[in-house]
Design a protein around this ligand. Structure first.
Ligand code: CP3
Length: 346
């Protein structure tokens, strides 16, 4: 990639500290932006929006124009892979995603992965368009959901549940779950490799539902599939940095960071800087982790917390971000304020 030297985001992922720190925010595109709502009203539904390279590229670029973030994240969704693998995926207003469920782990076993990955070609076209427009000092992040998180939607049919059916599956049908996870590892590796071939400068693996798992289960369904996915990506010749986000891992976060060969780790809202400093290697690039609710609240408490996070990680390679995504009700002025504080530097 020709732009490695200039991108502050990629410089931090190479292990160097930057002052001011680079910043981007999960879900920086989307419903808190009036320009997104306007664009979104032109699409039939959310899937159509994601599969329209012109609209998805525009949505990817909107937060860069407005906030001058250091990185853009591809506008897509972690559930597109399930759609491509042949499950019915819908996004319902006020409800969120609804996914056709699998009955057994073998349901997806005979799907032609190559064809599924090809079906996602509009996503690669979005990446190409964005990379063609984005300034060279801005990085473009491609992504997918990690296998367990995506499997959970295929088993439960929706998010926002207590995840108990999927977790009971993990105990009752461990071999079937393994088959499902392996299909997702293979499909996701090819999907991400295609994003990189189209111009993505870095990748992020969203393991949004890593919370609450007993340590041995975490090892089997979070750590091992993520290790497989990263290794498979490297086998496929992908060399770009990869950020892992095991949201809610808690005390097993260091175990994830030790075993999954990611370049950097994204931190969630709940983990404390003290824990991070004591338990993650000082050389490991980290990304995070302002509470998205404090971004809604704003005021002095938000300003103070931004400075505390900056200060806590001043000796580490750090990319500023939230601990989870920007919520639709977030005031634009608060995002602007955070970026302003960060640009002042330490
Ligand atoms: O700015 C960005 O972050 C880029 C795009 C992006 C979206 N989804 C767009 C989106 C990314 C990186 C995702 C990832 C994603 N999707 C995750 C992992 C991150 C996380 O939040 O934990 C998960 C779990 C999903 C699944 C998903 N997609 C849910 C649960 C929902 C409904 C909740 C909601 O916010 O509406 C979606 C829909 C979705 N994905 C929207 C956007 C902008 C809202 C759709 C709309 O415009 O109506």
């Amino acid at each position: 990639m020709a732009n490695i030297a200039q991108s502050r985001f990629l410089t931090v992922l190479s292990g160097q500290r930057m002052d001011p720190v680079p910043v981007w925010m999960m879900r920086q595109a989307g419903r808190h932006l009036p320009e997104y709502l306007e664009l979104r009203s032109q699409a039939k539904d959310f899937l159509d929006f994601c599969y329209s390279p012109s609209m998805a590229a525009e949505a990817t670029l909107q937060p860069i124009r407005r906030y001058d973030m250091d990185a853009a994240i591809l506008f897509a969704d972690i559930l597109l892979i399930l759609d491509a693998l042949g499950l019915d995926v819908r996004f319902e207003k006020g409800v969120g995603p609804i996914v056709q469920t699998v009955e057994t782990g073998a349901d997806l076993q005979n799907v032609a992965i190559e064809k599924a990955v090809q079906r996602l070609s509009p996503v690669y076209e979005t990446v190409e368009r964005v990379r063609g427009t984005l300034a060279p000092d801005k990085a473009l992040i491609g992504f997918c959901g990690s296998p367990w998180t995506v499997a959970l939607y295929a088993i439960e049919g929706r998010g926002g549940t207590d995840k108990s059916s999927a977790r009971i599956w993990a105990y009752q049908k461990p071999k079937e779950l393994q088959i499902l996870l392996d299909v997702l590892v293979e499909a996701s590796a090819h999907y991400l490799a295609a994003q990189v071939n189209a111009g993505a400068d870095a990748l992020m693996l969203f393991e949004s539902w890593a919370e609450g798992l007993p340590a041995d289960v975490f090892q089997e369904i979070v750590v091992k599939p993520n290790v497989k996915l990263v290794n498979r990506l490297r086998d496929l010749g992908v060399t770009v940095p990869i950020i892992g986000f095991p949201r809610g891992a808690g005390t097993v976060l260091p175990s994830y960071a030790r075993q999954v060969p990611v370049t950097g780790v994204a931190l969630d809202t709940a983990i404390s800087p003290e824990f991070v400093i004591q338990n993650l290697p000082k050389t490991l690039p980290i990304q995070g982790h302002l509470d998205p609710l404090l971004l809604i609240a704003g005021g002095q408490a938000m300003d103070d917390r931004v400075r505390e996070i900056l200060d806590a990680y001043k000796d580490r390679p750090h990319i500023f971000n939230l601990g989870h995504g920007v919520r639709p009700e977030t005031p634009i002025a608060h995002v602007e304020r955070v970026v302003e504080i960060l640009r002042e530097g330490h």
